[in-house]
Design a protein around this ligand. Structure first.
Ligand code: ADP
Ligand code: ZN
Ligand code: ZN
Length: 838
């Protein structure tokens, strides 16, 4: 529907206004006037295209329709209505508001992240000469001249007019030309989404009878190439036995992509009408076909069944249940059974997974069970694919969606269950841009609004979740045995200090680890070597003068990547060539310090020259299917030793892995972050969970450390989650950290260091006045003090859960941040707000 601004004629007499959510970072809804012709069609949740600012056109979503004109400005007209049926549900609009409110951002920012960009419109206002225009004598000379120019073109944007005419400030002339109807203003809007269509051919219906078909073939004796096509068609489509199979036809590419068939013969057949061409829209997800032959009817073990029953019972009194199930206990099977039950009752299911786990075996498994009902929502997917899932949820095709954190924004309207697998994963939190939301927490709110249930699952729950389970806010179910008599792996701590003293270390490897890897090779078993740092080595340093390669934009050292002889910044992507001589003192003694996956891979090749070694990290999995292909390779036994970052710790299920080596545990444990102990526990437990998944493969996990007596290591090797929990939760309580408080982090940024500091200090001062010193910490520079040339300062705000009115406190913070942002003496300051930053 195309509507120009002045078209307010129409049958409906009332004047309607619509409050719109626009994808702009302004904290308000915008009121537009509804052209009367679309009065009968406009609905909440429909997308509209509107002019915004001077020459911009944006897609908004209708949040409210009413009859009150705005008081502060003259409402502009909605340019176009895109949907007859809402694409955004009322429940979503509410949720978007809640998110904006809770995470202190704008609804527009939420919308911007929520809508796949294929559902947004990009376009500009365009103008065009009106061929029906007659009243030339009404025009001024200026207008007439401009009109002559515009006539020469099909259509032009405002900017193009200026360029072509070589004049500026002609907007007012254009406006008056529009007013006089000499030119037409229109919005060239294109939906970016394009359905994928397949070209097919079928036989004309006449030939569905046997006689006619025979006659046709006989007639074509004179045209053997055409005859061949028809014969092949008939052999592919069983039209003689199943006449209606002709309706589905055959893909045209069957002929066009096979050299044996003549293209011109095909066109002739189509021209004559013997074959008919047609198109069908196909799903982009057809590549994983549902397979009902194997494994769809897995029977739960006694332990799994007990967990399943307990979850159901708990759901009767709790909205959220935490399932603490050790690695390899078969949580997925429990999820599948629950999902089946919910789907059978007619409700929808959302299954959230951390980004990387989505490309693993679990999705194949779900596809096998749920077939076409399953939608997959991955951030690596093309936009078209994401739009298809969105529309599939609206249309009811996808009753179940498995997806990454942003799947929480999909337009569900009758959710029964949200499963959050690996709920402790930090990738559920979005850091940039706003909204800085946590998908697990949003899931709980989203579920509440639809009377749905939430199941959180993990082998190593987040402290917060475990705390809520222990104090009864969440239900709590445990599954503490592995499937199929497999045992949890055995742990060995290797003292690298001792090994170094007795000169047994070879490069980064202890003799113990090398021996174990060798033995695994001898037994034809697979091993995993885990180092949570990619690249070759941590950094480059000059032995003479101490020079260290640092990023020119960020305050971090550059990581050495040997393969490309480059130094790279892992924060901003900056790259430079490795210097031949020290830039500080021209010495040649520049050496690498520390090690990453690339270096370990190289060393392994020296120790085990005949072993097949693969590396899995951000650098080796950039290509679209690289990750998937690597997993298949490992599954098929083509890899003996896999070196990788945390990427290998998530959801992988390889039954032949027996040995896991863990490097740099100390760095994980001592990383200066409140969560480091918890994170180290989670990460090492997850990685070790890859070992010994089969009853006859005893798993061994070898952890290299400079100090084996560290408490947290003892907890890890005895699988003592509860011990770790108790230790850590005590600390949290002592130092007043979540879950006992709520944390908000403000990050002040500026290109000039002094101004950054001034802004941060002033903001701190403003906050302190009302909140007090116990609640406001900082300002202090974060671990990396400068990123992309901007200097950063953090202010941490701690709010007690009981005493503080969270809402009021946030409103106060927002007000003070706004003061800083609008302070003329602090121009150029940017402040980001991160609610529940930890
Ligand atoms: P978790 O997610 O708890 O680490 P998984 O769900 O990956 O564990 O299960 C581990 C392995 O055991 C998988 O290969 C899975 O197919 C298998 N498995 C689990 N439960 C069953 C069952 N009831 N019947 C058959 N196989 C099972
Ligand atoms: Zn030097
Ligand atoms: Zn950088």
């Amino acid at each position: 529907m195309q509507i120009a601004e002045n078209d307010d004629f129409g049958s409906e007499e009332i004047t309607l206004f619509a409050d719109l959510i626009l994808p702009v970072p302004v904290a308000q809804l915008f009121t537009y006037r509804v052209p009367r012709v679309i009065n009968p069609f406009i609905k909440n949740g429909a997308r509209v295209v509107v002019p915004f600012g001077k020459n911009r056109v944006v897609t908004g979503v209708v949040a409210k329709i009413h009859q009150t004109p705005p008081t502060k400005y003259q409402a502009r007209y909605i340019a176009e209505l895109l949907d007859d049926e809402p694409l955004v549900t009322p429940y979503q609009i509410e949720l978007f508001h809640w998110i904006a409110d809770y995470y202190l951002c704008t609804v527009g920012e939420v919308l911007n992240v929520a809508l796949p960009s294929g559902l947004k419109i990009t376009s500009q206002s365009k103008i065009q000469y009106n061929p029906d225009f007659e009243y030339y004598d009404l025009l001024t000379e200026e207008e007439a001249n401009l009109l002559e120019e515009i006539k020469k073109y099909q259509s032009l944007t405002y900017e193009e007019v200026e360029k072509r005419v070589g004049a500026t400030n002609i907007n007012h002339i254009i406006k008056s030309l529009i007013g006089k109807r000499a030119i037409i203003l229109f919005e060239e809007v294109k939906e970016k989404y394009k359905p994928k269509v397949l070209k097919k051919v079928k036989l004309n219906g006449r030939f569905e009878t046997r006689e006619n078909l025979m006659e046709l073939i006989a007639q074509l004796d004179k045209f053997p190439k055409q005859q061949e096509i028809i014969m092949s068609y008939v052999s592919q489509v069983p039209i003689q036995n199943v006449p209606y199979s002709n309706r589905a036809g055959l893909e045209k590419s069957f002929f066009t992509q096979n050299e044996a068939f003549s293209d011109s013969a095909l066109s002739t057949l189509i021209k004559k009408g013997t074959l008919e061409e047609f198109e069908v829209t196909v799903s982009r997800f057809a590549d994983v076909a549902p397979d009902f032959s194997e494994g769809t009817n897995i029977h739960l073990t006694t332990a799994q069944q007990r967990a399943f029953d307990e979850i159901i019972t708990q759901f009767q009194s709790k909205d959220t249940v935490l399932l603490h199930g050790v690695t390899g206990s078969g949580k997925t099977e429990v999820y599948i059974n629950l999902a089946q039950q919910v789907l059978a009752s007619g409700s929808q299911v959302l299954f959230l997974l951390p980004e990387i786990a989505l490309t693993t075996q679990i999705v194949v498994r779900l596809k096998k069970v749920f077939g076409d009902k399953l939608g997959i929502y991955h951030s690596k997917f093309s936009d078209n694919e994401r739009v298809e899932v969105w529309k599939g949820v609206v249309s009811g095709q996808f009753q179940l969606v498995v997806g990454v954190r942003s799947a929480i924004f999909l337009p569900f309207d009758s959710l029964g269950l949200i499963i959050v697998d690996e709920e402790h994963e930090s990738s559920y939190k979005q850091y940039d841009p706003a909204p800085r939301y946590h998908a697990r927490d949003v899931a709980i709110v989203a579920a509440q609004r639809q009377q749905a249930k939430v199941l959180l699952g993990s082998a190593t729950p987040a402290l917060e979740s475990y705390y809520q389970a222990l104090n009864g806010r969440y239900g709590f179910v445990q599954l503490l045995e592995r499937y199929g008599k497999a045992n949890l792996p055995e742990f060995v701590l290797i003292d690298t200090k001792k090994e170094r003293k007795s000169k047994k270390m070879k490069f980064e490897f202890s003799s113990v680890l090398i021996n174990e890897l060798q033995e695994a090779l001898n037994r034809n078993e697979q091993s995993i070597v885990f180092q949570n740092r990619r690249g070759y080595s941590s950094y480059l340093q000059c032995e003479e003068c101490g020079w260290i390669g640092e990023c020119e934009n960020c305050a971090v050292s550059l990581t050495y990547h040997q393969k490309d002889a480059e130094l790279r910044c892992h924060y901003c992507g900056h790259k430079e060539k490795v210097p031949k001589l020290c830039p500080g003192c021209s010495s040649t003694k520049v050496r690498t310090v520390g090690f990453g996956t690339e270096k370990l891979e190289d060393q392994l090749k020296i120790f085990f020259p005949t072993a097949r070694i693969a590396r899995m990290d951000l650098d080796t999995t950039r290509a679209k299917n690289a990750y998937k292909e690597m997993i298949e390779d490992i599954e098929q036994g083509n890899v003996d030793i896999l070196v990788g970052t945390q990427m290998i710790s998530k959801g992988l299920d390889f039954e032949n892995v027996s040995t896991v080596g863990v490097f740099d545990a100390d760095r994980m444990i001592h990383f200066p972050d409140l969560r480091s102990a918890e994170r180290a526990f989670q990460l090492i437990t997850q990685v070790s969970g890859r070992a010994g998944r089969r009853a006859d493969r005893k798993g061994r996990v070898l952890i290299q450390t400079g100090n084996p007596s560290q408490k947290i290591l003892q907890k890890i090797i005895t699988n003592d989650y509860i011990g770790m929990y108790e230790e850590e939760i005590k600390e949290r309580e002592n130092f007043k950290y979540p879950p006992f408080t709520r944390l908000i982090k403000l990050t002040v940024k500026h290109f000039d260091q002094t101004t950054a500091l001034q802004s941060a200090q002033k903001l701190t001062q403003l906050l302190l006045e009302k909140m007090g010193e116990d609640r406001v910490l900082g300002p202090q520079p974060p671990l990396v003090e400068r990123i992309r040339n901007r200097f950063l300062f953090d202010i941490l705000i701690k709010l007690e859960r009981e005493k503080v009115n969270f809402r009021a406190a946030k409103a106060f913070i927002l007000e003070k941040v706004t003061d800083i942002l609008t302070d003329k003496t602090l121009k150029g300051t940017d402040v980001t707000i991160d609610v529940d930053c930890l």
